[in-house]
Every structure is written in structure tokens, then in C-alpha cells.
Design a protein around this ligand. Structure first.
Ligand SMILES: Cc1ncc(COP(=O)(O)O)c(C=O)c1O
Length: 389
């Protein structure tokens, strides 16, 4: 854990004793909030109310307040949140829903689960989010049955929501934001989760705001939609064993609500630390070899769920960093249109060239609030060594 600056005949050389840097350190995060989180979990166990309950409803209110939305409906996962939002909007068989193939499969599974057909549009190569020009091109050429669009705020950066919302309005499409990776991110000073009719979040443990298990939520400013999602979440029950319509079980555990309620209080601080690390990476790594830094839109406040660089030497860089104790990840190595699971959609290699190239060149470096300055420095040094040698 030590890095030393040694002076050698006028030249300053950085030598580092090797260390381990993981992709996240959930245990360090737990230790930082242990008394509070233990007490909150204990309280739920004492109450014996394990499904939904006070901790969940308190968290819903706090999360809605944090994102300045009217409603927040907690769910079992981000996948649940996406599916419930689409279902509540009446998306189903015969409809098409537009998104990109450069995302986690859950975005597209949620579409298929409703019976609708996913339609892919390529990403912008700088932001990795849906390219508004290509979106419009797609709608012009085969608008047909498109009912909704799911822009993904990938890696923590909001998609170009001004253009996307304008296009959606023109073509009468509902916008459902996949904000699973972008808690507290902003576009034009507005929090994600406010641009579409619904915003869907994930609280998977390694997310910027992570539960101690599965969790998700939908935010909306639409009263009727909020009511419908709340009912869908609990088998369409208006009261015990009285079902207005069929729904599903998308309920959040009360223990997760308690954990998330505690963690949410720290999210602004943790997000600041992520942004600080990102700034440090950019300061030292921009212009090194053929490495491309993440591009931050001037309208956006990126929350750096992942710090994704790109380089033509991606695989070699990843191998080198692994050998030096630095964990990295590739999000995502195979775009969805080339996955066996989506062969039936009829896409081929070459259909979405930007997604395909990104899949070959992207690499996420470690970034998390508990990372020490020494760890950040170590990652920077090793990346520099890779491109120097
Ligand atoms: C972009 C994106 N969409 C959807 C999901 C699904 O969330 P969950 O894993 O909570 O179901 C995730 C999280 O893994 C995600 O990163």
C-alpha cells in the first residue's frame, strides 16, 4: 500500500510496491457505516416486518426527494423496475421498444418480457449512449409500431436527454430512462428519473447505491402511473386478497429498504469522491498512448459508476493490470445484437458498428468511494508503465 517518490540523478522516478486494487470494496464501505447499518437492520428484524414496510416507504420518500421526483416505487431489482414500468404503460405484444445493443441484457429482457419487440439503435462513440441522429433515422424509416424508447444512462452519464425527449415527443413515444447505473446523475441540472415518464434504478450491491441483496426502484412524476406500478408490484392487490388486476411480485425486502435508507445519506459524498477520482485519472492519463478518456457532456453531471477508457490495446492492458493486482472489467464484451439470446431478432455483425467497436476497446478501471489516494496513484502509474514499455 505504499508508493514512493524517489529522486534519481535529477529525474523523479515513481516506484511502487505492488498492491491489490479491486473493482469495489463493499466491506470497507460497510465498516465506514457499520453502527448505523447494523442498527437499521436490527430494527427491521425486531419489527418482524420483512416485506415492504416502514423502512421501504421511508426510503422511497428519501430517494424521490434526492432525485426531486414526485414518486418512487421500490422494487425487487432494476430488472423488475424496468419490466413493471413498461407493463404499467401498456407496452406489449405488437409494440416495438427502442434501445441500444450496448447495455446489460436486463434492459432488453424487460422489453421482451412484455411481449414487445426490442429494436436496436447504435450508440454515440463518445458517450456510449443512444445516438439521437440514428434514433431519428430509425424512426423515420420504420416508425411503425414503436411505442417507447429506453435511453440508458450508461456508466453514470445521462444520455442526450434534450434531443431524445424532443424526438420522442415528435414521434409520440414514451421515454423510460434506464438509470440503473446513474443514481444522482444530472442533465442540464435536472436529476435523471425526471426526463421520461419513468426512471428505473438498480440497487445491485456494487451499484453507486447498493443494497445488501437485490433491489430496484421506479421514479415518476405521473400520479396514475405511480399508482399502477404500486399495484402491479404487489399482485394488483388493493387490499389483502382483493386484486384489481394481475400483477407480479416486485416487492422490496424491508431489510434492503433499511440498508438503502442509511446509505442514501452518504450518496452525495460518495459520488463526489468518485468524481474526484475520475478527475485525477483524467489529469494523469489523458493523452497517454492511444488511451481515450471518458467524454463528459457539458450538460451532464456524470456519476462515474464505471470509469471506462478505450484503447486498441485493451486486452493487453487488461492482462497487464491483472498481473499487477488491478481488477478491471469489460462492460460489455459482446453487444446484445450478437448474443445467441437475440439471434431471433435477425441482426448481423456490422449492423451497429459503434457498439461493436466499443465492445472491443472499452475497459473499466477501478473507481469507488473507498479507494485510497495511493490506490488511485498506483493504477495511474501502472497504466502509464503499460503505455511507456
Ligand atoms: C444498464 C442496466 N440496466 C438494468 C440493470 C438491471 O438491474 P438489476 O441487476 O438490479 O436487475 C442493470 C444492472 O445490473 C444495468 O446496469
Amino acid at each position: 500500500m505504499i508508493s514512493l517518490l524517489l529522486d534519481k540523478s535529477e529525474k523523479t522516478t515513481l516506484t511502487t510496491i505492488s498492491m491489490k486494487v479491486s473493482l469495489a470494496d463493499l466491506h470497507a464501505q460497510y465498516l465506514a457505516i457499520k453502527p448505523e447499518v447494523d442498527a437499521a437492520i436490527h430494527q427491521v428484524i425486531e419489527s418482524s416486518q420483512f416485506i415492504l414496510g416502514k423502512a421501504v416507504s421511508d426510503f422511497e420518500q428519501a430517494f424521490a426527494k434526492a432525485h426531486q421526483t414526485k414518486h418512487c416505487i421500490a422494487a425487487g431489482s432494476g430488472t423488475d423496475a424496468l419490466h413493471a414500468a413498461l407493463w404499467a404503460l401498456g407496452v406489449g405484444k405488437g409494440d416495438a421498444v427502442i434501445t441500444t445493443p450496448f447495455t446489460f441484457i436486463a434492459t432488453v429482457e424487460a422489453i421482451s418480457l412484455t411481449g414487445a419487440t426490442p429494436v436496436f439503435v447504435d450508440i454515440d462513440p463518445e458517450t456510449y449512449t443512444i445516438d439521437p441522429e440514428k434514433l431519428e433515422e430509425c424512426l423515420r424509416s420504420k416508425r411503425g409500431n414503436a411505442k417507447a424508447i429506453i435511453p440508458i444512462h450508461l456508466y453514470g452519464q445521462p444520455a442526450a436527454m434534450d434531443s431524445i425527449c424532443e424526438i420522442a415527443k415528435k414521434y409520440k413515444l414514451s421515454v423510460i430512462e434506464d438509470a440503473c447505473q446513474s443514481h444522482l446523475a444530472q442533465y442540464d441540472g435536472i436529476f435523471v428519473g425526471n426526463f421520461g415518464v419513468a426512471g428505473c434504478f438498480s440497487f445491485y450491491p456494487s451499484k453507486n447505491l447498493g443494497a445488501y441483496g437485490e433491489g430496484g426502484a421506479v421514479t415518476t412524476n405521473d400520479d396514475a402511473l405511480a399508482k399502477r406500478i404500486r399495484l402491479l408490484r404487489d399482485h394488483g392487490q388493493v387490499e389483502k386478497y382483493k386484486h384489481e388486476f394481475e400483477g407480479h411480485n416486485y416487492r422490496m425486502d424491508n431489510i434492503q429498504g433499511a440498508v438503502l435508507g442509511v446509505k442514501l445519506k452518504y450518496l452525495h459524498k460518495w459520488t463526489e469522491r468518485r468524481r474526484q477520482i475520475a478527475a485525477e485519472y483524467k489529469k494523469h492519463l489523458a493523452g497517454i498512448g492511444n488511451l481515450v478518456m471518458p467524454y463528459e457532456l457539458s450538460e451532464a453531471r456524470h456519476v462515474f459508476h464505471l470509469f471506462v477508457v478505450r484503447t486498441k490495446s485493451r486486452n493487453a492492458l487488461q492482462k497487464f493490470l491483472t498481473e499487477n493486482g488491478i481488477a478491471t472489467t469489460i462492460a460489455y464484451p459482446i453487444p446484445l445484437h450478437l448474443q445467441k439470446a437475440y439471434r431471433h431478432l435477425g441482426y448481423s455483425k456490422g449492423d451497429f458498428p459503434e457498439s461493436e467497436t466499443a465492445a472491443q476497446e472499452c475497459l473499466a478501471l477501478p473507481i469507488y468511494a473507498e479507494m485510497t489516494d495511493e490506490q488511485v496513484e498506483y493504477v495511474i502509474e501502472k497504466v502509464k508503465v503499460f503505455f511507456r514499455d
